[in-house]
Design a protein around this ligand. Structure first.
Ligand code: DGJ
Length: 754
């Protein structure tokens, strides 16, 4: 079922019903208006059911029930610390007179229609102190995603110290043995899927690193009883839009009820909200489906493409710092579609990611005008659409021990600047892209010599270096403005149509001695808000440029950064077999269109593994295709094969990047994996499959497809064979004869017959 999404208020019951595409979410006021309580999140609910639910939820616990503590647990939609509440709070504050508890009173609500959606805002106030919270719920036409955030306003006359501010508290239905699926990993092994069954108590996922991290991703999926499969069963899933330190707490209360709350990490956190000041939390989106893990991912993917990726600030989290000059041109309402425009280079169909070349694995720091031109010529021959010069192009950057912070072109490597290379790249029919790492500085740089106080540090403590670099204090308005102007200058002076924005270390000694604020711990928030503001302003000033988020591989991939970039560098591990698992995890949460995947050299630099060229391509074709090989090392036959595979990818790209992803087999279960990408109108599909070592015992010979019209006939465009939809789904399709060899792969394209 798919109906219109709308927000409805039942005045008598004082309850709100959010009807989504095929699910409902409901909440109500507590009897005395002192809280907003959760009523329902799951299958569609009729309006007549809301009043009864609200009545049942409204009763306050008796004294005896409070004594039995568990009976007193009430599902607050946004739990303030105050009164007899012992769960993880959404909000904890200290007022100037020493009072530390919050008492709310409902003051009103409003429903606003936006393009493609509706926002409900419920306002509560702690009137004695002038603190106000606006709980926002945004729903989207045609989707089951509810996006929530909170806006805090100090309408009083004294500062209010915030000690913990999360974005939303999600209550799950009363079921048992919830299975939590989450993503963990490390550098070179991001987004590995893990699962655990939740017992009583808390399970915390977090980053304390100042960025999203390689270790955990702010995403979860829950299914009761661990019964959901890839294509069936009830699943609830959430993801947080934040690229700094975050936490997600899954708590099974003593009453046996599960709730998940999340937002800014409260570790080393304090934020003074000045009179008149407003603070908006990151959004925390979530969805419910009865269609298993696959349907949850597909919903995330299509919602992200329609409303998130490259769309800019939707909720006001940036807070518009004064130092960003008002950009000349704002992004179009609804955002600039991924794919970018451009004043040179090939016309990539709207909404699609160009096939790019990146120089990093080929030339490392050893870039030069001639060397890059030669690579560009070879790249153009095989069909590359965007040529990106990675690290090594700027002054002092012979290695990773110097240069970061000095963003001027190395005159020895590029005697006439970057323009001749850019012109050559454009002349070859490609866009030009450049790598930067603007939040970092090497101590061996002119920037650090001039401004040693611009990095995070504590007095009387060492400055811990990693990769010989320190983190610039982007919470400082002068530093943030410098970054904006410096990178903006590069974009103004050159025809740059793609920026790879890297960040190769996590925070340490996050201090700001002499900070003009009384709460230097707010750097955790201000750094990221300023980063978003810089990206937002750069994109508005330079609409011709697309951005990629990178953090030593996939250390900064989340819903927050995806609003400001078009794609993410998935991992520095470019081994095409390892990538199958990394990409499987990435696509649980994020759209394949945002997943940059390069074909790289043999043997792989990290694992030493050798893989067939076709395997490496088929692995990278699962997302946004890139090439990272040293093209001067390929012979004519390899170049011809690559050109053919790139041409095939371009033909299949709309389905891969914008279709629905079905995980037919996962490498987590066997040394065999397969993904189906189905066009939204069901007219064509692409099946990519990959098999690893030892798959003879466990790899399937036939692959059952999903999501097809059983009545339709599909033509295999390579073999000319015709298949019935019902047969493809029930009996499967035979895989090519190379199954049985280690590290084989295939791409099958089927087209529905008219
Ligand atoms: C880390 C990135 O993940 C790599 O792709 C590359 O850009 C290097 N940094 C450059 O220093």
């Amino acid at each position: 079922m798919s109906a219109d999404s709308e927000a409805w208020y039942d005045e008598t019951a004082r309850a709100w019903l959010l009807d989504l595409a095929s699910t409902s979410y409901a909440l109500a006021l507590a009897a005395n208006g002192t809280a907003v309580r959760h009523l329902h999140w799951g299958a569609r609910l009729g309006r007549q059911a809301v009043a009864g639910l609200a009545d049942a939820a409204r009763s306050e616990p008796s004294d005896w029930e409070r004594h039995r503590s568990w009976a007193a647990e009430l599902p607050d939609e946004y739990t303030p610390w105050g009164g007899m509440r012992y769960d993880e709070p959404s909000l904890k504050v200290s007022y100037a007179d020493g009072t530390r508890g919050v008492e709310w009173l409902y003051t009103g609500h409003q429903v606003t229609a936006q393009r493609g959606g509706t926002t409900l805002e419920v306002v509560l106030a702690d009137e004695a102190y002038g603190l106000q919270v606006t709980l926002a719920y945004r729903i989207y036409q045609g989707f089951d995603v509810v996006e929530r955030w909170a806006r805090l306003t100090n309408a009083g006359s004294l500062p209010i110290r915030l000690r913990q501010v999360l974005s939303a508290n999600w209550w799950l239905p009363m079921r048992d043995r919830w299975r939590l699926r989450y993503l963990h990993g490390g550098w070179g092994a991001e987004t590995q899927v893990a699962e655990t069954v939740l017992g009583p108590g808390k399970f915390v996922l977090e980053s304390r690193r100042g960025t999203t991290s390689h270790q955990f991703s702010p995403w979860f999926t829950l299914d009761p009883g661990g019964t959901a499969t890839e294509e069936s069963g009830p699943v609830w899933s959430g993801e947080l839009a934040w690229s700094g330190s975050w936490k997600l707490v899954s708590e099974v209360t003593s009453a046996g009820r599960l709730h998940v709350t999340g937002g800014w990490n409260d570790f080393d956190f304090s934020y003074e909200l000045a009179p008149g000041e407003e603070l908006t939390t990151p959004s925390f989106a979530a969805l419910h489906t009865e269609g298993g893990f696959g349907a949850a991912s597909r919903e995330w993917h299509s919602w992200q493409r329609a409303h998130v990726i490259g769309h800019g600030d939707r909720t006001g989290v940036i807070g518009r710092p004064a130092w960003v000059a008002r950009p000349q041109s704002r992004p179009r309402p609804g955002g600039r579609p991924p794919g970018g425009g451009g004043t040179a280079g090939p016309a990539v169909p709207p909404g699609l990611r160009p096939v790019l070349y990146n120089s990093w694995e080929a030339t490392s720091f050893g870039v030069s005008q001639d060397g890059q031109e030669r690579l560009a010529e070879l790249a153009a021959e095989i069909g590359i659409e965007c040529f990106v010069v990675d690290d090594g192009w700027f002054a002092g950057r012979q290695h990773d021990r110097a240069g970061l912070g000095d963003w001027t072109v190395d005159q020895a490597k590029f005697p006439r600047g970057l323009t001749p290379l850019i012109e050559r790249v454009n002349g070859l029919g490609m866009r030009f892209g450049l790598w930067v790492e603007p939040e970092m500085v090497n101590p061996d740089s002119d920037l650090y010599r001039a401004h040693p106080d611009w990095v995070y540090h504590f007095a009387n403590r060492s400055r811990t270096e990693q990769r010989n670099q320190l983190v610039l204090n982007l919470a400082r308005p002068d530093v943030a403005e410098w970054v904006y102007r410096t990178i903006g200058g590069l974009l103004s002076q050159h025809n740059i149509q793609f920026v790879k924005w890297d960040m190769n270390r996590h925070f340490s000694e996050p201090g700001w001695p002499g900070a003009p604020v009384s709460d230097p711990e707010r750097i955790w928030i201000d750094h990221v808000r300023n980063l978003y503001a810089i990206l937002d302003a750069l994109r508005a000033d330079h609409p011709e440029a697309d951005f990629e988020s990178c953090s030593g591989g996939g250390g900064r991939a989340d819903l927050g950064i995806l609003s400001y970039v078009q794609q993410v560098w998935t991992s520095d591990n470019t081994d095409a077999w390892d990538r199958i698992k990394i990409q499987d995890g990435f696509c649980q949460a994020y759209s394949p269109s945002a997943m940059m995947a390069w074909v790289t050299d043999n043997p792989n630099w990290l694992t030493g593994r050798r893989l067939p060229l076709s395997f490496r391509f088929h692995s990278s074709m699962a997302g946004a295709l890139g090439i990272g090989v040293d093209l001067t090392g390929w012979n004519a036959a390899e170049r011809a094969e690559a050109a053919k595979l790139i041409a095939t990818y371009k033909e299949r790209r709309p389905v891969i990047q914008q279709g629905s992803l079905y995980r037919l087999a996962r490498a987590a279960d066997a040394p065999f994996a397969a993904s189906e990408y189905l066009a939204s109108d069901g007219s064509e599909l692409v099946i990519l499959s990959w098999w690893g070592p030892g798959q003879l015992e466990s790899g399937p010979r036939r692959l059952c497809l999903a999501g097809l019209d059983p009545q339709a006939i599909f033509l295999d465009t390579s073999t000319g064979q015709r298949h019935h939809g019902s047969v493809l789904m029930q009996e499967g399709i035979g895989l090519p004869g190379t199954v049985g060899l280690d590290f084989g792969s295939s791409l099958i394209h089927l087209k529905r017959e008219p």
